[in-house]
Design a protein around this ligand. Sequence first.
Ligand SMILES: NC(=O)c1ccc[n+]([C@@H]2O[C@H](COP(=O)([O-])OP(=O)(O)OC[C@H]3O[C@@H](n4cnc5c(N)ncnc54)[C@H](OP(=O)(O)O)[C@@H]3O)[C@@H](O)[C@H]2O)c1
Length: 247
Amino acid sequence: MKKLAIITGITAGIGLATARALADDGFEIYGIARNAEKLGALDVAMVGSEVCDLAVEADVKGCLSDLDLRPWSLAVLVNNAGGLDPIGRFDHIDLGVTNHTMMLNGLAPIFVSKRFYSAVLAAPGCTGRIVQITSGAALRPIAGWTSYCMSKAAMWMGTQVMAEEMDVARCQVMALSPGVVATAMQAQIRNATEATMPGVAWFRQMAADDKLATPAAPASWLRALLRDEAAGRRAFPHGESVDLFGS
Ligand SMILES: NC(=O)c1ccc[n+]([C@@H]2O[C@H](COP(=O)([O-])OP(=O)(O)OC[C@H]3O[C@@H](n4cnc5c(N)ncnc54)[C@H](OP(=O)(O)O)[C@@H]3O)[C@@H](O)[C@H]2O)c1
């Protein structure tokens, strides 16, 4: 069976680990990144790639516009690219930066999914799976993270609507909250001040206690899910949000 994984934010962290894990399992990889140099330097073999800044409307509109899924029987889209900016109280945040984060975390995963879903419908032999990388911040307020919480909440609600509307015989969608993972994003969090993010000490303590998951952990979880589904051992959790924190 020919399998394709399309991964946004493939250049680092959870996206890169996911590309490696799925490539190991026989998936062909299609990478989406904002930085052409980093994309070109990746040690993951790719059947295709595109440069898109997913915080920029024009790039989001063009993303996956030429996607033809007819060669594959399974295609998985992992909407992983994301960002936290700006960390800060709501009465100090910058509208322009928040707008970028709303596009990147909130709108782009829905619009990239729209392109992907259309391509699945146009390829009768191909089944689609969409994995939206979300966060506990989609469901719980965290002081200092107005933009991040709003944008992930928007993505999660959009995802639930997509799940209601989708032809589940052709395509399914889930959200995956990866836990607290040792990536550049966690380093950015630990660098925040108490003034901009009152709960920062908890994240510093998690790192000091060596309690962060590796990026390979959510990647392995996803690989196992896709393996189990292919073997008929587990159903894809369509419409659900799975949280790996503490798992
Ligand atoms: N780490 C955690 O504890 C944690 C917890 C919950 C949820 N998450 C979610 O996990 C996902 C991956 O984050 P991570 O922790 O792996 O962070 P990361 O190491 O900072 O990686 C983020 C990835 O997204 C890309 N990206 C950022 N802005 C982009 C843009 N405007 N257009 C296209 N790509 C962009 C980055 O590209 P560059 O290499 O060019 O920067 C990078 O490849 C995010 O959606 C995040 O919200 C992470």
